[in-house]
Ligand binder design. Structure first.
Ligand SMILES: [Zn+2]
Length: 187
């Protein structure tokens, strides 16, 4: 009952599935036990939303000639478990059972390599602009579903900027944590 929104392979029923090759297995045992949710933001080019560049980027199929700023992405292999577009559409790229490549060098509560034990959600946006209400609604629905399946996430929801403060600023100061957390069940 608790898992009614997930199949037994870690795919969410209300997300659109676009499978990325950018993942590997989580470490076995406690090391890979899911106990952290990481909120990110991304848009390609930054601040441009009316395109599917993030989707193609996570599939390693982005047309890198399209924009000068894409050159630096050429060698990167990146993915998140989920991506929420401005209109609230949720896309899942990697099974939550698997280790998506979203956090990079990172640490939380003294544990490094947050990708091992976290789920990553990207919001389409920038780290210096506000997010849409549709995105908050979808993020809250998704988070509440994840909390049922992975109760150790409770109280352990962080921004990428919090687990990699030297390198990252996302989701940024305009991400409304109090608004989001009031929509989360008993967090
Ligand atoms: Zn990030």
């Amino acid at each position: 009952m608790l898992d009614k929104y997930f199949d037994n392979k870690g795919w969410c029923s209300f997300a659109k599935k676009i499978e990325s090759p950018n993942y590997n297995n989580r470490p076995s045992g406690v090391r890979g036990e899911i106990s952290l949710l990481v909120i990110h933001c991304i848009s390609l080019p930054e601040g441009s939303y009316d395109n599917d560049n993030v989707e193609t980027f996570f599939l390693n199929q982005l047309d890198y000639t399209q924009d000068e700023c894409f050159q630096s992405l050429r060698t990167l292999k990146v993915s998140s478990h989920f991506y929420i577009k401005r209109n609230g559409e949720i896309i899942q790229f990697v099974s939550t059972d698997k280790r998506a490549w979203h956090a990079g060098i990172s640490a939380y509560k003294g544990r490094e390599n947050c990708n091992d034990f976290s789920i990553g959600i990207e919001l389409q946006g920038t780290d210096h602009s506000a997010f849409s209400e549709d995105q908050y609604n979808s993020l809250a629905d998704l988070t509440n579903t994840l909390l049922l399946r992975y109760p150790k996430i409770k109280g352990n929801i962080q921004g990428h900027q919090d687990i990699a403060p030297e390198r990252k600023k996302d989701p940024g100061k305009l991400f409304d944590w109090s608004h989001y957390l009031t929509m989360i069940q008993s967090n």
